[in-house]
Write a protein that binds this ligand. Structure first.
Ligand SMILES: NC(=O)C1=CN([C@@H]2O[C@H](COP(=O)(O)OP(=O)(O)OC[C@H]3O[C@@H](n4cnc5c(N)ncnc54)[C@H](O)[C@@H]3O)[C@@H](O)[C@H]2O)C=CC1
Ligand SMILES: O=C(O)C(=O)Cc1ccc(O)cc1
Length: 363
């Protein structure tokens, strides 16, 4: 056990997943859940993510660790609310998607015992019903201590984050907000704008009916919680606007090449993006062990994944990772299967090939 008593304020997707991860791994002796939403509290209690649903004063006054996991717009008033009830040596952290303003406010209100945190993992489903105790496994978890932050408090949060299976990266709140504006907030801005733009076109209704592949992939995150994303945009407005300047120049460049019918320039831009996209790491390379992968193409039939998993299981081959890369109704799917060793990868290839299943080694 790392923490005797913990209070999670906001027991939705992230707070709930944290509660599950802490309780299943027995990392916290007692977990209080605080939320305005009674349904989320009841679900969290029933699933064992918290031991007790409590009011904020009771939870905070007993807790050694307080985790703020409500949307970032609620954090400033929560910091004020918890201040008067904190035990003298309690550590406070948050999971919010933006860091600079929260870390500044927390520094003023709470001092060095606040450690800014941000798990780089999640989903577009809000609320406890989407909570998952494995959410943090192998995910980057950003911590943003400053020169004012207490080293012991950082150590407490770092050990807890590592214990739930995440990979800690430390950076300044300012750098955090620039990086996440680029890889998370700008993509969300673009996904939302893409949905709005296409819905507003005269062909919008028919286009939505046919939307598949590219449109679906590019807009998945637009289904995320409007409350959460409103707060993120408002709290990181300057950095999001800064990334939009880059976005506009990139779009202008492609647009002007198109207006000029400049095939060579268009090709150059497309190839450049294609090369960068293909090299995106699937997982934090260098932090986790190498995974030996194969890609399997199978018909779209009920039970097909269970069939593949069963064949591997019968042969004593352990699956380290499995991911559906593509699944189109009626067209079959492509599945990436990862193994811990090259030997298991070889044996899986032989097994599938012997059964006539289309597969290839992933480079
Ligand atoms: N959803 C995601 O993929 C990720 C979200 N985050 C951050 O995590 C935080 C929580 O997000 P989610 O769990 O996704 O949202 P959620 O909507 O699933 O959960 C938030 C919970 O906070 C509660 N809440 C709101 N105001 C409150 C208040 N004043 N006092 C107590 N409870 C309150 C809500 O009732 C809700 O149950 C946000 O700051 C978000 O930016 C960070 C990483 C990923
Ligand atoms: O659904 C996804 O792909 C996400 O990227 C989830 C997410 C949303 C907000 C964050 O601050 C971090 C991760």
């Amino acid at each position: 056990m790392l923490i005797k008593s913990c209070a999670i304020i906001g027991i939705g997707l992230i707070g709930g997943s944290l509660g599950l991860a802490l309780s299943e791994r027995k990392l916290a002796g007692y977990i209080y859940g605080v939320d305005l939403n009674q349904e989320n509290l009841a679900l969290a209690l029933a699933a064992g993510a918290v031991h007790q649903a409590a009011a904020l004063p009771e939870a905070v006054s007993h807790a050694d660790l307080i985790v703020l996991a409500a949307p970032v717009g609620a954090t400033p008033s929560l910091l004020k609310d918890i201040k008067q009830f904190l035990k003298p040596d309690a550590v406070v952290t948050d999971v919010g998607s933006t860091k600079k303003s929260v870390v500044e406010q927390a520094g003023e209100l709470i001092g060095g015992r606040f450690v800014g945190g941000h798990p780089m993992t999640g989903a577009e489903t809000a609320g406890f019903s989407g909570a998952d105790s494995y959410l943090f496994e192998n995910a980057f978890y950003l911590l943003t201590p400053t020169s004012e932050t207490d080293a012991g408090a950082v150590d407490t949060v770092r050990r807890l984050v590592q214990a739930i299976g995440a990979v800690v990266l430390e950076m300044s709140p300012q750098e955090h907000d620039m990086v996440t504006a680029a890889i998370s907030h700008l993509p969300h801005f673009m996904a939302v704008s893409l949905v709005a733009a296409v819905s507003g076109m005269p062909v919008g209704d028919k286009a939505m009916l046919l939307a598949a592949g590219g449109f679906r992939d590019t807009t998945r995150i637009a289904a995320g919680s409007p409350t959460m994303w409103r707060d993120i945009f408002l709290s990181n407005g300057d950095q999001v606007l800064w990334t939009l300047d880059y976005m506009r120049s990139a779009m202008d460049e492609l647009e002007s090449a198109l207006r000029r019918q400049d095939a060579e320039k268009i090709m150059h831009i497309l190839s450049g993006a294609s090369n960068v996209r293909k090299k995106l790491p699937l997982r934090p390379k260098g932090y986790l062990p190498h995974i030996y992968e194969i890609v399997v193409t199978v018909p779209d039939r009920p039970g097909i994944i269970a069939g593949l998993a069963g064949m591997l299981g019968d042969a004593g081959i352990n699956i380290a990772e499995i991911e559906i890369l593509r699944a189109r109704e009626g067209y079959g799917g492509t599945i990436r299967v990862g193994f811990a060793t090259a030997g298991e990868q070889d044996r899986a290839m032989e097994l599938f090939q012997a059964k006539g299943i289309k597969c290839r080694r992933k480079a």
